[in-house]
Design a protein around this ligand. Structure first.
Ligand SMILES: Cc1cc2nc3c(=O)[nH]c(=O)nc-3n(C[C@H](O)[C@H](O)[C@H](O)COP(=O)(O)O)c2cc1C
Length: 179
């Protein structure tokens, strides 16, 4: 099974999750490609059987680099005839979509659009979305976001994702790779 671990990370939170995904999958004997998205990489998603895709949440959406990647891949697959009416399923192709988010204002509601946005590329391509994960990620500890990690709707989220979060990532990765 070919696995891709694709992610965007601006302040390093999603990168921690992505590293745990790699470590867990490799520990289970899988090989995977880990790619940090910067914008317009030409990556053939259809080469892979199982894709993890994740990003930090920025104004309710994934990071700009990942948005750009999704837009360009969508245009590419539309032009090559890989995206068709009714999005027929592709046998055996699966994706897990996740984000890290701070939720200072409306909690998980501000992360849901980001995950749905990323997932639609794969749904359009006919992948089964096996799971959607929401992990908490602290805001930058210094500067204008300082209080966001203590006064927001999720309470004190300093130092997230923490060791317990990463343990949960490992358990979930183990679970979905059995699907
Ligand atoms: C400029 C900026 C904007 C952010 N906007 C949101 C937001 O709209 N909603 C949210 O839940 N979290 C928001 N966050 C928190 C990030 O989503 C969170 O810290 C995430 O874990 C960052 O992931 P990354 O470091 O992998 O990019 C924001 C953080 C920054 C720095």
């Amino acid at each position: 099974m070919k696995i891709l671990n694709l992610y965007f990370s601006s302040t390093g939170n999603t990168e921690k999750i992505a590293r745990q995904i790699t470590a867990t999958a490799e520990g289970l004997g899988h090989q995977l490609d880990k790619v940090k998205i910067a914008g317009d990489q030409e990556l053939d998603l259809l080469d892979y059987d199982f894709i993890f895709i994740g990003s930090g949440v920025y104004q309710w959406l994934p990071g700009k680099g990942l948005q750009e990647f999704i837009q360009k891949r969508l245009a590419h697959y539309a032009s090559t005839g890989e995206i068709n009416f009714a999005s027929p399923r592709r046998q055996g192709k699966k994706a897990v979509v996740y984000c890290t988010y701070g939720g200072a204002h409306t909690g998980i509601n501000e992360a849901i659009p980001a995950v749905k946005y990323m997932g639609q590329l794969f749904d359009h391509l006919g992948f089964e979305i096996v799971s959607e994960w929401y992990f908490i990620g602290q805001y930058p500890a210094e500067g204008r976001f300082k209080e966001y990690s203590t006064l927001g709707r999720l309470g004190d989220i300093q130092d997230r994702p923490n060791a317990a979060d990463l343990k949960e990532v490992a358990a979930r990765v183990t679970g979905v790779l059995r699907v």
